[in-house]
Design a protein around this ligand. Sequence first.
Ligand SMILES: NC(=O)c1ccc[n+]([C@@H]2O[C@H](COP(=O)([O-])OP(=O)(O)OC[C@H]3O[C@@H](n4cnc5c(N)ncnc54)[C@H](O)[C@@H]3O)[C@@H](O)[C@H]2O)c1
Length: 309
Amino acid sequence: MSVPTVFFSGGAGFIASHTIPILLERGYRVRIFDNMLRGDRAMVEELAATGMVDLVEQDVRYGGAVQNAMKGCTHAIHFATVSINKSIADPYESIDINVTGNHNVFAAAADHGVKRLVFASSASVYGDPEKLPMHEDDRLDPLTPYCISKRMGEDLLGFYQRTKGLSWLALRFFNVYGEGQKIEAYYTSVINTFLRRIRTGEPPVIDGRGEQSMDFVHVRDIARAVVSALESERDNMPINIGTGIDTSIAQLAKILIAAVGVDMEAQFNPRDVLVSRRAADINRAREVLGWEPAVSVEQGMAELVRNAR
Ligand SMILES: NC(=O)c1ccc[n+]([C@@H]2O[C@H](COP(=O)([O-])OP(=O)(O)OC[C@H]3O[C@@H](n4cnc5c(N)ncnc54)[C@H](O)[C@@H]3O)[C@@H](O)[C@H]2O)c1
């Protein structure tokens, strides 16, 4: 029997760097499809040295290149994207990569009859939630080209399921963090901003009362969810991947101060801020993927601080 092979767009990026080692452990070959604009070349070379990983340095905007690279692949993971903030600055590029690119990958996966496609969707498809925890069936209200393209991606997967029998799962990642993340990452930049100040002996500064919250989920937990989604028996639905716990900005500051091990209090900068909150309902992930987050925010942040020393 031939070795199962995963087409992995965006496979040279942050979350992929934690996912590919698990795929290799489980006996998959991996074909990274990445234009390397943000990819980690040293990481790719290290993985390629195993003989089980190859790199197709190409762009998801080119349908022909995607079709070629999909040949011989039994599974697909689609991560290639441009981020939220870039999508606001340049909607044209965002629509090109995140809409045409999504379509190219989904169409090729359907044409080549892959067993499963896993799509990185995002909690941002919900917009500002009306209630917590956020459930997959809640109203979607994507606000930026990036979020709109994630929602559209989920809808397009439905189209290829109905017309060509594509089997898919869309994982709505919440606020991913962990080692290897680029510092300008939209949601989690607050971690780096706080840490920089704490390390230089200055307290983190919080606008308002620090009530806005995020559902921080560690990248190792995300990576396990991706592999479970590639192999699960059930398919064709979106699934939240978070911890279910909303951590406020004020709590985050406390957790980071404790992780660095200094004696200080955050400073509050009184002003009106729009309080947005986030927490995932993760019952579907438990039921469909048999997945459970394993890294608490306290553990994950402590590890981040230790490794960055
Ligand atoms: N990190 C998070 O907090 C988060 C949250 C929700 C969803 N997601 C989604 O998870 C996926 C992976 O995120 P990440 O944090 O690993 O991102 P990342 O930026 O580290 O990786 C993305 C990779 O895609 C590649 N890429 C970009 N444009 C491309 C193109 N046109 N053609 C080919 N390759 C291209 C980049 O070079 C990079 O290696 C993305 O789809 C992202 O939207 C991430």
